[in-house]
Ligand binder design. Structure first.
Ligand SMILES: [Zn+2]
Length: 256
C-alpha cells in the first residue's frame, strides 16, 4: 500500500517512528475489508502528525517529489478545526497521488482520528502497529455516526458526501447499535457496557480495540506500544442515549 506513494518504504517508516506519524483514513480501512468490497482507488493518503512537525513532514515530502498545493485553514472553518483537534491541513501531490498532512493541535497525532465523522475510519497504522477502535462493527460493515458532528448543526451535504463511498460498499450507519439489533432480532446491547455503545467510555488500549503489532520491536506490551505515539486516548462518542432522548456529552482526551 505504501509503495503506491513512496519508493523507499524503510525511509518513510523511519519518519513515522521519529516524528510520531500515523496513516489513517479510507486507505487504512482497506486493510480491514475484503478487497472486492472496496470501491475507491488507492490514490489518496492521509497522514496525521503532532503539532510542530508539519514543516519537517512538508520538507520530507518535497524531497520525495511531492508539491505542496494547498494549506487549509480558512477563517470559516477555524472553529470546526479546533473542535476536530486539527491545527491545519496541507495537501501534496505527485503524479496521480495525493497526500493530506493533518497537523494536530497537540503533541498527540491521534486525537483528530477520534473526531472523524464515523467509526468506519477510526483506524490507523504506524511503523509498528495497526489499530482499529471498532473492529467488530467495521468488519461487519456497520458504523456509528460520531454525534460530535451533529451537536451544533444538522448533517451537511459535505458530511453526507463523506459517507457516500462507504454506503456504496455496503456500510450501514446509525447513532447506536439498537438500530441493527432490533432489526435483526438480536439481543439489544448492554448500554454503557458494550464496547460498541456510544455511551461507554473507551480507551485506545481497551479490549474493544484491535491492535496488531507487525513492527520489529520484539516483546512489546500494549502499554509500550501506546507510548510509541503518546499516552492512550480516552473517548466517548456520546449523543442521544440509546433508549431515550436524553443527551450524553462527547468526551475526548489523553491519559497521562
Ligand atoms: Zn448503548
Amino acid at each position: 500500500m505504501l509503495q503506491e506513494f513512496f519508493e523507499n518504504i524503510a525511509d518513510f517508516k523511519i519518519l513515522m517512528k521519529t516524528h510520531q506519524v500515523v496513516v489513517s483514513g479510507s486507505l487504512v480501512l482497506q486493510l480491514l475489508l475484503p478487497r472486492d468490497r472496496i470501491s475507491w482507488p488507492v490514490t489518496d493518503m492521509d497522514i496525521y502528525v503532532p503539532c510542530g512537525t508539519g514543516q519537517h513532514i512538508a520538507n520530507y515530502l518535497n524531497i520525495k517529489g511531492y508539491s505542496n498545493i494547498t494549506e487549509t485553514l480558512p477563517p470559516h472553518t477555524r472553529y470546526q478545526f479546533s473542535q476536530s483537534h486539527i491545527h491545519n491541513v496541507m495537501t501534496f501531490t505527485r503524479l496521480q497521488r495525493t497526500i493530506d498532512v493533518i497537523v494536530s493541535i497537540s503533541s498527540n497525532p491521534l486525537l483528530p482520528i477520534f473526531c472523524f465523522h464515523s467509526t468506519t475510519v477510526m483506524n490507523y497504522f504506524n511503523a509498528d502497529i495497526f489499530f482499529s477502535a471498532y473492529p467488530s462493527l467495521t468488519t461487519n460493515f456497520k458504523a456509528l455516526i460520531n454525534p460530535f458532528r451533529f451537536e451544533s448543526s444538522k448533517p451537511t451535504s459535505v458530511f453526507k458526501r463523506c459517507l457516500d463511498k462507504y454506503v456504496a460498499c455496503g456500510f450501514l450507519f446509525a447513532f447506536n447499535p439498537n438500530a441493527w439489533d432490533v432489526a435483526s432480532n438480536k439481543t439489544v446491547h448492554e448500554c454503557q457496557e458494550d464496547y460498541n455503545c456510544p455511551h461507554r467510555m473507551r480507551t485506545s488500549v481497551d479490549n474493544g480495540c484491535f491492535r496488531f503489532n507487525f513492527g520489529d520491536s520484539n516483546g512489546l506490551h500494549s502499554d509500550d506500544m501506546a507510548d510509541d505515539i503518546g499516552p492512550p486516548v480516552t473517548w466517548m462518542l456520546g449523543g442521544h442515549m440509546c433508549n431515550s432522548e436524553n443527551m450524553s456529552h462527547s468526551f475526548l482526551s489523553t491519559l497521562s
